[in-house]
Ligand binder design. Sequence first.
Ligand SMILES: [Fe+2]
Length: 310
Amino acid sequence: MGLTTGSAPFIEAARDRGQLFLEQPYDLYSEENHAAWRTLFGRIQQRWARYANPHFLEGLDKLQLPPDRIPRLDDVNRFLQPRTGFEAKPVSGYVPAFLFFDCLRRREFPTTITIRPAEELNYLPEPDIFHDVAGHVPMHTDKAFADSLVRFGDCALTAAELVSRLPNEQEKLRRLENIIRAMARFFWFSVEFGLMRSGSQLKACGSGLLSSFGELDHALISEQVQRIPLTLEHVIHQPFEIHHYQPLLMIVDSFDQLYEMVDTLERWMREGKLDNVAPGEPSIEESDLRSFLLPPSPVPSLDHGHRPAA
Ligand SMILES: [Fe+2]
């Protein structure tokens, strides 16, 4: 059984204890788990060479991810931390929205440690270690990109502080729902599914694309995909759906531009411009909303169980 997404007793036990942060129990990976990594990593190489942005390719080079077995996060972090201070931090599952962004603010990236089952190599709706480590982590070696993630984290803290001053609980939740929706849309169209200009070409910089053998190719060559410049005015009102290839993708010019846009997002939040974004996807879970109402607290150490906001 090993550490397979959907059937990993070690992970289920951690969740039952309410433990979100854990260690990567490397010896629990089965041969089948390593074989899944080997297949995913091997078959996507040529597509990365063609479609991935150069910062990602440099990051891959620096991280030295093993092609034949699941990486040890300690090894990944040894290469990653000296470059941008970022660290891949193992988690047992879904991280409530505020805590997720707050981890980014601390340069900790909540990282799934299970891997998809052999029969679902092409598509898995939830993240797995291939998505998180092969899709996201190489981007974290780039300073401007890493700084943009930290600014997303700052935005979450700003949102929590802004609503904490409101006397009315209903109004707190209403504003948070709008702000989180705006942040989630921006994050989706940049960090998860963004395209970027590279000379005269378009390349993928979003991790959802970079970890998908099928969609990476589709995103850059299909005539059915609309590709438009990412603007904050548009993205905060643009719904998205997760269960099919994205019909609309947005393009950033550079990670410095992305950083500036996250700055503007925070300013707009303070000015109340995120309080009434267009309704629609994503729907915001009650637990994600409420996670913003908690006073910011230090991330628990590995020795203590942490119960996600419910
Ligand atoms: Fe992701």
